[in-house]
Design a protein around this ligand. Structure first.
Ligand code: ADP
Length: 204
C-alpha cells in the first residue's frame, strides 16, 4: 500500500504511521525522523538541517527531496510506503508525484488527520518534557502550527482535487483513530480487509 499522512504537528502522524505500516506491510517513512538523523551527522548539511528544525521552520525542499527520495524508491520496490510528514509543500507534492510516475506507482490515499488547534497545542506541550526534541518548546510549537496552517494546509485541497483525500478525526483516543483510518482504507483496492488480517511475514 502507498499512503501519505497529512496532518498538523501533534495530530499523531508518527503513532498512526507506525501502526499502519505494521497493519499493511508497507514501510513507515517519517520525514522528521530521517531529517533528525541527518542533522545528527557531522558536517555543514547536518548543522543546516538542525537549525531549521530547532526553529520549527521547514527544511528547504531540495534538501528534503535528497534525504527522502532514496527511502521512497526503496520502499516502492518492496511493499509500499506510509509517508509521514512528506510532502509538506506544493513543490514537494509535485516532486513526489513525479517520482511516483517515474517509479510506475500511484498513491492509494492521502490520510488527513485533523484536530482543533487547542488540542494539538496541549498534546505537544504535554509531551515536550519527555520528547527531548529541540522544537518542543512553547514558542516553537506555536510557530510549527503556524507554518502548517500557512504552507502544508494547502495540500488538503490539492489531494482532495485528486480524489484521494481521506479525512479522519484525530481528536479521539489513538485506537479509535487507527480503527477509523483502517475502516476507510479497507475499502481501497490493495488494502488488508481487516486489521490484523496480514499474517506476520506475509508478502505484500
Ligand atoms: P511535527 O509534525 O510534530 O512538527 P516532524 O518530526 O514531522 O514533527 O517534523 C519536525 C521538523 O522536521 C519540522 O518542523 C521541519 O523542520 C522538518 N521537516 C519534517 N518534514 C519536512 C518536510 N517534508 N519538509 C520540510 N521540513 C520538514
Amino acid at each position: 500500500m502507498r499512503l501519505l499522512l497529512l496532518a498538523p504537528p501533534g495530530a499523531g502522524k508518527g503513532t498512526q504511521g507506525e501502526r499502519l505500516a505494521a497493519w499493511s506491510g508497507a514501510r513507515h517513512i517519517a520525514a522528521g525522523d530521517l531529517l533528525r538523523a541527518e542533522a545528527r551527522a557531522d558536517g555543514a548539511l547536518g548543522r543546516e538541517i538542525a537549525a531549521y528544525q530547532a526553529r520549527g521552520d521547514l527544511v528547504p525542499d531540495q534538501i528534503v527531496l535528497d534525504v527522502l527520495t532514496p527511502a521512497v524508491v526503496e520502499a516502492a520496490a518492496c511493499g509500499g510506503y506510509i509517508l509521514d510528514g512528506f510532502p509538506r509543500t506544493l513543490p514537494q507534492a509535485t516532486a513526489a508525484a513525479e517520482l511516483a510516475t517515474r517509479l510506475g506507482v500511484t498513491l492509494h490515499a492521502a490520510v488527513y488527520l485533523h484536530a482543533p488547534e487547542a488540542v494539538l497545542t496541549q498534546r505537544l506541550l504535554d509531551r515536550a518534557s519527555q520528547s527531548g526534541r529541540s522544537d518542543d518548546k512553547a514558542d516553537v510549537i506555536r510557530h510549527r502550527l503556524q507554518v502548517y496552517a500557512e504552507t502544508t494546509g494547502a495540500l488538503v485541497p490539492y489531494y482532495a482535487e485528486r480524489g484521494i483525500l481521506v479525512s479522519v478525526n484525530a481528536d479521539q483516543p489513538p485506537d479509535d483513530v487507527t480503527a477509523d483510518i483502517q475502516a476507510r482504507l479497507a475499502r481501497l483496492p490493495g488494502a488488508p480487509a481487516e486489521p490484523g488480517d496480514r499474517p506476520p511475514g506475509a508478502p505484500s
